[in-house]
Design a protein around this ligand. Structure first.
Ligand SMILES: [Zn+2]
Length: 165
């Protein structure tokens, strides 16, 4: 009996093709996952433990629905997913970097010369570029460009400060 079926694809090629097709999905899953977990104290974490066994185990659960029953694909997608979280972590927005309880605003006589933001006990050394809120209501702040988005409430007015000279 002759076998007239087309030759089966090399497993290596088929694996690479599946991985390529699904890697973007894994990275998308990573982004949603990172946004869900980057809260509270986790925010202060410098880097995502990409190669940590526990992180990999959770990544496998995250990508399991798109990996089918292919254990090798599952492993590679889990790694891609973890790498995606690590990449997101590096470029995460300022609001996701500092737990809200670890900063305050310093109202000192030099508030117009120096950003009022104090994070982990260290006063920001940049010149303020923005003023938010109203001085009449005493809910105002002079802030540098980096800390503006962190302190500013949604919808709160921000004005550029005119620099003397
Ligand atoms: Zn600042």
């Amino acid at each position: 009996m002759t076998d007239d079926r087309p030759p089966t694809e090399l497993p290596e090629l088929s694996h690479d093709r599946d991985l390529l097709a699904k890697r973007d999905q894994a990275v998308e899953i990573a982004q949603g996952w990172a946004e869900r977990i980057c809260r509270g104290d986790l925010r202060t974490r410098e880097a995502w433990p990409e190669h940590d066994e526990k992180a990999l185990a959770i990544a496998r659960q995250q990508v399991a629905p798109i990996a089918g029953n292919d254990p090798r694909l599952l492993e590679d997608l889990a790694r891609a997913c973890n790498a995606g979280v690590a990449a997101w972590w590096v470029r995460r927005p300022m609001q996701r970097r500092i737990a809200p309880t670890t900063w305050r605003l310093e109202t000192a006589p030099d508030e117009r010369e120096r950003c009022m933001f104090v994070g982990d006990g260290d006063r920001c050394e940049r010149r303020p570029e923005w003023r938010i809120g109203s001085e009449a209501g005493l809910d105002y702040a002079y802030l540098c460009g980096v800390h503006l988005d962190l302190v500013r409430q949604p919808g709160q007015l921000a004005e550029v400060i005119e620099q003397p000279g």
